[in-house]
Design a protein around this ligand. Structure first.
Ligand code: NI
Length: 343
């Protein structure tokens, strides 16, 4: 998406030339063209959503426990999508949990959990590359140290890397020492693999206590990223067509879509799913880009709003009993010496 309108060509044509003779008629014609441009500019702008560039790979800050990766440069020309109105809310700079973002345009984030996976992640990356779609990968630390070249490739190709714990435990069952270890080891492994410090994490099974998410935000600077679209791609029997149908049925502007790149059926569903979402007018953003779009939107709206509106309370995240957890699997890490790492 993105239309570029060039008007500078008028200035490039010297007046009085044969191609553009200087006469009253031609002046009127130019005024008429300028009138048309002014009249249709809002429509053109509505189709022009420029997402911020994903931060270029950089030397990551030392793993001190409180990473300080900078905010990505923001230069968003946004527009109100047809049929949608901008939300009125206070700036959400203090919001640390996201299930979906309030954005005024058809922008979404697709996320892939539990990888990287040596069989399915590479072909997924190819699918994303040919479509110029940027995604966010919530990775398990022990897979990161086993296949670090895939993490490096994600960053090189413009995707966002994020933390999904070291070994995919139920974080609500852990004390702070174990919780620290799960997050810190993965944080360090991602930096070692690609040179970028993650800015977000997703708790396995979406299960995280209220005090834990605050603790993780304070100690690691992470936002908690959940989801509003779950195609149940981990459930057996796995079915690519159903994954596609569920995503298409539930995605809306600002959605955060949960999927897993450890399942071949999920990756098989992606070409048709991504193409259908694109055909519906959705633009893909990384999670950081989507959050930034919400924050900028909220700031802009509040600045012009006649009266403040109370914040919507954040949803309570249920603690999932272990017995009801889905049979989500994580690819076992290979022995460290097989990949030459000292883990
Ligand atoms: Ni997971």
């Amino acid at each position: 998406m993105g239309m570029t309108l060039r008007t500078s060509g008028f200035a490039d044509i010297p007046a009085g030339t044969e191609a553009f003779p200087c006469s009253t008629n031609s002046v009127n014609f130019r005024l008429f063209i300028l009138f048309l441009l002014a009249a249709f500019m809002p429509l053109i702008a509505a189709a022009d959503i420029q997402l911020p560039p994903v931060p270029a790979p950089a030397i990551a800050p030392p793993a001190t426990g409180v990473p300080a990766s900078p905010e990505p440069p923001m230069e968003i020309r946004r527009a109100i999508a047809v049929g949608e109105t901008a939300p009125v809310a206070a700036p959400s700079v203090t919001k640390i949990v996201f299930t979906r973002c309030a954005v005024p345009a058809p922008v979404i984030a697709i996320t892939f959990d539990d990888g990287p996976n040596p069989d399915h992640t590479p072909r997924l990356l190819e699918m994303l590359k040919v479509r110029n779609i940027k995604a966010t990968f919530f990775m398990v630390g022990r897979c990161v140290v086993t296949w670090p070249h895939l993490v490096k490739r994600m960053v090189e190709e413009g995707h966002e890397v994020a933390n999904h714990s070291w070994s995919h435990p139920l974080l609500t069952s852990l004390g702070n020492t174990s919780l620290d270890s799960q997050i810190q080891r993965t944080h360090d492994a991602i930096i070692k693999a690609c040179g970028i410090a993650p800015r977000h994490y997703r708790p396995p099974y979406g299960a995280i206590g209220m005090s834990q998410r605050k603790y993780i935000h304070e100690h690691f600077g992470y936002s908690t990223i959940l989801w509003d679209v779950d195609p149940l791609d981990w459930k057996t029997p796995r079915n690519s067509k159903k994954v596609q149908e569920r995503i298409l049925a539930n995605t809306k502007s600002g959605s955060i879509i949960l999927t897993h790149d450890i399942h071949g059926s999920t990756v098989d569903a992606m070409p048709a799913t991504l193409d259908a979402l694109t055909a519906r007018g959705y633009q893909f953003a990384t999670v950081s880009q989507l959050i930034e779009l919400e924050r900028e939107t909220a700031s802009t709206v509040v600045a012009t709003a006649p009266a403040p509106v109370p914040l919507t309370p954040e949803p309570t995240i249920p603690v999932v009993p272990m017995s009801t957890l889905p049979p989500e699997t994580v690819a076992p890490a290979q022995p460290a010496k097989a990949v030459g790492l000292g883990e």
